[in-house]
Structure formats: C-alpha cells, structure tokens
Design a protein around this ligand. Structure first.
Ligand code: PEP
Length: 254
C-alpha cells in the first residue's frame, strides 16, 4: 500500500549502558574510517549520557547523528538523575530514544510520560525514536495488534498530525531484545504494517512517510532480510552495534 521509496532508511545504535568515553572514541575512530558509501542511510548513534559530548565532537564532520537513550520532558526541575532537552541541545545532540522496553519495565517509563516526551522533543526540533512492542505473553495471547495500537495511540496522542512524520517509531518485540531470538521477516513486516495502518487512521499521507524500523537481535546475518520488507525502514540495533564491523555490515544492509 505504501511505497518504501518515499522513506529514507535509518539505522540507530542503542549502546545501552556500554562504552566509556574512551571506548566511544575508539569505536568512532574505527567506524568513521569505513562508512564511505553509506550516503543513502540515516545513521544515529545512542551512547550513554556520559559519552554524548565526546560522540558529538568526534562525529561533527560525518553523517552520523548522536542521540540520547532517554530524556525528561521538563526543561528543568527537581528530577534527580534526569537530563532535559535543553541540556541535550546544548551538546548538539540530535534526538533521543524514548519508551525503550528496558526503561518501561525497569524504570517505570509510562505511556503518559511518553505522551509528553515525544511532543517536547519535536518542539525542540530533536528526533524522537519511540520504541513500542509486545511481550511474549501478549503475543501468545493474540494481543500484539491491540498492544501496538494502544502504545502508538497513547504515546503519540499529543503530537499534531502534521508533525507525526517527524517521529521515528521502532517496533521492538520485547521477546526479541537481547535474546538472539530475532522476529522472522514476516513477523516484523506484519507488526510494522499494523503500526503504519494505525497511523493511517489519523493521516494516511503521514503513514506513508513516517519511518518505522525494527529492533530485536538484528545481526549482520539477518539485517538484509528484515530491511528488505516493504514496511521496514531500517533498524534499532543493540548488542550488534557495539562492534564497529558488525554495525557497519548492518548499516550496509540498509
Ligand atoms: C535494543 O536494545 O534496542 C535492541 C534491539 O537490542 P538487541 O539488538 O541487542 O536485541
């Protein structure tokens, strides 16, 4: 229904709580030397907060954009341990992952908070990479479609339709994250098409333009098959993004 050619592929690396500043710089020294012909792909790297400034400096003259792994929606306040959007902008950070299943499960990130974070990022012209995805129990109970619809509706509720296309959605089935149990190409395509059709309920032109990527045990060996699916616009890569050669192979697959 929707042509993938309207959408530029995006591959993002989620480093989670891995890599110090020195390790980040070492990765970038090795990775930057080898990305010559990746001009057709948007590359985003999400290091831990402590390495954001160094990553931005190291990638200034490169096509890579640096994003955070979380952000708070308030500009400032008594929120111990949190980082605000103006703080990210001061570092020239380009966006943030929000709603990662680890943050939802381990750090109580709610759909209500996400409904504030996503529009706050867009207002500041930062790229929100919004993660959604069902648990294994929800999939087994036949609830995948309902879970995805609920998350997409709730998390994007406060984003005006014309701005929706500025969001990147990452479909990350929880059972596939860090488990080595990648979704099949059919499962990834089916779920991402469901998400796209949910966006189409609001605005079909936006649905054709919004980028929706797959995440969950993407590796060099399975990336090309996943990214070749008509609705899959790239990937959000955890474990395999920690190695510059593996991550490069995944970017090349896009
Ligand atoms: C992630 O953390 O977003 C992720 C997809 O992890 P992995 O690739 O390791 O499954």
């Amino acid at each position: 229904m929707h042509s993938a050619s309207q959408r530029r592929p995006l591959v993002a690396a989620n480093w989670k709580m891995y890599k110090t500043v020195a390790e980040t710089e070492d990765f970038l020294d090795r990775f930057l030397g080898s990305i010559g012909n990746l001009g057709e792909v948007d590359l985003v790297l999400c290091p831990p907060a402590t390495a954001l400034a160094a990553a931005v400096e190291r990638t200034r003259r490169s096509p890579i954009r640096i994003a955070a792994q979380n952000v708070h929606e308030q500009e400032a306040g008594p929120f111990t341990g949190e980082i605000s959007i103006p703080m990210l902008r001061e570092l020239d950070v380009a966006g943030a992952v929000v709603g990662h299943s680890e943050r939802r499960a381990l750090f109580c990130e709610t759909d209500e908070a996400l409904a504030r974070k996503v529009p706050a990022l867009l207002s500041a012209e930062l790229l929100p990479i919004l993660c959604v995805g069902e648990s294994e129990a929800e999939r087994d109970a036949g609830e995948t479609e309902a879970v995805l619809a609920r998350q997409v509706d709730a998390d994007l509720a406060a984003v005006p339709d014309p701005k929706l296309a500025g969001v990147v959605i990452a479909y990350e089935p929880i059972w596939a994250i860090g488990t080595g149990r990648t979704a099949t190409t059919e499962q990834a395509q089916e779920a991402i098409a469901l998400i796209r059709s949910r966006i189409a309920v609001r605005d079909s032109a936006v649905a054709a333009r919004i980028r929706i990527v797959y995440g969950g045990s993407v590796k060099p060996g399975n990336a090309a098959g996943l990214f070749a699916q008509p609705d899959v616009d790239g990937g959000l890569v955890g474990g395999a993004s920690l190695d510059p050669e593996d991550f490069l192979a995944i970017c090349e697959a896009a």
